[in-house]
Design a protein around this ligand. Structure first.
Ligand SMILES: CC(=O)SCCNC(=O)CCNC(=O)[C@H](O)C(C)(C)COP(=O)(O)OP(=O)(O)OC[C@H]1O[C@@H](n2cnc3c(N)ncnc32)[C@H](O)[C@@H]1OP(=O)(O)O
Ligand SMILES: CC(C)C(=O)C(=O)O
Length: 566
């Protein structure tokens, strides 16, 4: 059998009894380092051109990154040229430090420094693999042999740097494949490297702990990071960095727990582009902090620009469910979610802490529009439909009509199978409730109130053949119902009636909604007019017109609506 889990063995957890990280809370953003232009780039089908790198670099600077790994200059001419371009064209802001990667091979380190000549400040990042599998199968070396590669690399890095005294150098070392390295051995190699660099004597040093391959649950990575922080020399003089990958889908979680475990710095890429399943997604981790009220020290408010530039440079599209950035991440299709969002948004007051169900952050902060928050399909309910009418047409419906109309929309959604857009919702409402038949159009009315109630004189119908009605009642609706009974023999009993003043942005000032039985048939209608009486009488006529035309709701449909209302 090909699919056989017995082929794999479980990762051995760290034997740590005194773990402190589970009780830590992240209270400030770590130092970020964006590695899009190196780790992101080396994973692309088509590595970035110099122009694409420049565009992405400019975006990273604009977002607020102060440390940017710009490439592997010894690896390829475009990487070398890009580094030269940034330096020679003076494109690096004073507060931004570029970083470059090199293997621990003297000839590559030499070439790396050539690429950096003239830089004001830079991080030289040297790495070699330390894991058991790499030692045994890739390098064919024992622990001492691998440590010697690291020490030789560190030594060459330090020596060549001294030839360029005008540059402010930071040295960075990564025991690559750290997650697959025995912890005591990783500490031994790190100590050997720092013994060469001597951070205690003023040399800025970053020790980067990569989950080159994510091999275990994020808590195990946190244990590994905490263990290293507790067991290496010169800890207080070092910046401890982490660089997680997403093989198990937990790169962000692993980086977050690593910060709780003592990491000062986090490497990653925008939208998580990178080798295999990607690097740690900087956007997600930074926005996670933001959503907890912590300043991420990055400005991610132009999320559309971020996704546009990343897509153009990587030629990878953004998943619609990508945290914080995807097209659908602030959209609810399902009825109960829409209902909750609508209620929370309507109660929300400017200046209050954000507390909206189903929306962990305010989409507006990322340049998104509230129009996207509720979209309608067959999974939606009355709250969502009401929200769309309110939001786009300033039409507020009474609860009974929300229930009734959502059934109309539901039927359309089931027939059509997909999304029902706002225009279609309005058209459905118009066709079902607002449509005025010419024979039943209110032309004019005259209401007289005396001690016996109201006397109504109403003119309705077409221009060419108007019909005059007259009736009496305790109120206007009753008087006009009486007139209808006399003229057409229809017995009207009003079951529900609501009127609303309309908000700005519509031609009408009033909306009236009515539900009645006419000769025992259930009918509902609504009308828009400049005044509430006109709206009410027109709604009454339109509802009665349905009964007369035989368009009334079936008894079952009316029963279902009543049950829902109950
Ligand atoms: C986890 C990471 O992301 S690490 C970064 C990986 N990124 C890249 O590899 C992208 C850029 N790399 C390249 O373009 C090329 O690998 C180059 C130009 C750097 C080097 O190319 P080459 O020398 O032709 O080949 P290659 O990378 O296969 O070299 C492997 C050799 O270097 C050794 N080596 C590999 N990594 C290291 C290292 N970090 N330090 C020292 N030696 C190393 C290997 O043991 C192997 O030695 P061998 O030739 O004696 O068997
Ligand atoms: C070079 C290191 C930091 C790396 O990219 C990795 O291990 O994934």
């Amino acid at each position: 059998m090909a699919f056989d889990h017995r082929k794999y063995s479980a990762f051995k957890p760290v034997a740590k009894k005194d773990r402190r990280w589970p009780d830590q809370v992240i209270e400030k953003a770590p130092t970020w380092c964006a590695v899009d232009l190196r780790d992101g780039n080396q994973a692309l089908v088509k590595p970035m051109s110099v122009a694409q790198k420049q565009r992405l670099f400019d975006l990273l600077v604009k977002l607020g990154f102060k440390e940017i790994e710009i490439g592997f200059p010894a690896a390829s001419q475009p990487d070398f040229d890009f580094c030269r371009k940034l330096i020679e064209e003076n494109r690096i802001p004073d507060d931004v430090k570029i970083q470059v990667l090199t293997q621990a091979r003297p000839e590559l380190i030499e070439r790396t420094y050539q690429a950096l000549e003239g830089a004001q400040k830079a991080v030289v990042h040297v790495y070699n693999s330390t894991s058991t599998v790499q030692r045994e199968q890739v390098f064919g070396l024992d622990q001492a042999g691998i440590r010697a590669i690291a020490v030789r690399g560190a030594t060459v890095v330090k020596e060549i740097a001294s030839r360029y005294p005008d540059t402010d150098w930071t040295f960075q070392y990564s025991p690559e494949s750290f997650t697959g390295t025995e912890l005591d051995y990783a500490a031994e190699v790190i100590n050997a490297v720092t013994e060469v660099w001597r951070p205690d004597q003023g040399q800025p040093v970053i020790i980067n702990l990569p989950a080159t391959v994510e091999m275990a649950t994020p808590n195990v990575f946190a244990d590994q990071v905490e263990w290293i922080c507790e067991n290496i020399r010169y800890r207080e003089h070092l910046s401890i960095s982490v660089h997680t990958h997403n093989d198990r889908g937990c790169a962000v979680a692993a980086a977050e727990l690593a910060v709780m475990a003592g990491a000062d710095r986090v490497e990653g890429t925008l939208m998580g582009n990178g080798e295999r399943t990607g690097n740690m997604d900087l956007v997600t981790m930074a926005m996670n902090l933001y959503s907890q009220g912590i300043d991420p020290t990055l400005d991610l408010s132009g999320m559309a620009e971020i996704t546009d530039v990343v897509e153009a440079c990587t030629e990878i599209s953004t998943h619609p469910r990508h945290p914080y950035a995807g097209e659908l991440v602030f959209t609810a299709f399902s009825g109960s979610h829409q209902d909750a969002i609508r209620k929370c948004l309507s109660l929300r007051q400017e200046g209050q802490a954000w507390n909206v169900a189903y929306l962990p952050i305010d989409p507006f902060d990322l340049g998104r529009r509230y129009e996207e928050v509720v979209r309608i399909n067959s999974q939606s309910g009355k709250g969502g439909v009401a929200y769309v009418l309110e939001r786009d047409y300033k039409i507020s419906l009474p609860r009974w009509l929300q229930i009734e109309f959502s059934k109309v929309v539901q039927q359309e959604a089931e027939t059509n199978g997909g999304e029902i857009d706002s225009l279609t919702i309005h058209r459905l409402f118009d066709d079902r409730y607002l449509k005025v038949h010419a024979d039943w159009a209110l032309r004019s009315y005259d209401l007289h109130r005396d001690q016996d109630g109201v006397r109504a004189e109403v003119v309705m119908g077409r221009d060419v053949s108007p019909v005059m009605l007259e009736g009496r009642g305790l109120g206007a609706v009753e008087a006009v119902s009486d007139a209808l009974a006399k003229r057409f023999g229809v017995t009207v009993a009003v079951e529900a009636y609501d009127e609303f003043a309309l908000g700005e942005g519509t031609n009408a000032n009033a909306l009236a909604c009515i539900r009645l039985t006419a000769n025992g048939q259930h009918c509902s209608a609504a009308a828009l007019a400049e005044d509430t009486t006109s709206a009410t009488l027109q709604a009454l006529f339109s509802a009665v017109a349905q009964a007369v035309a035989g368009e009334a709701m079936s008894t079952e449909a009316a029963g279902a609506v009543e049950a829902a209302q109950a």
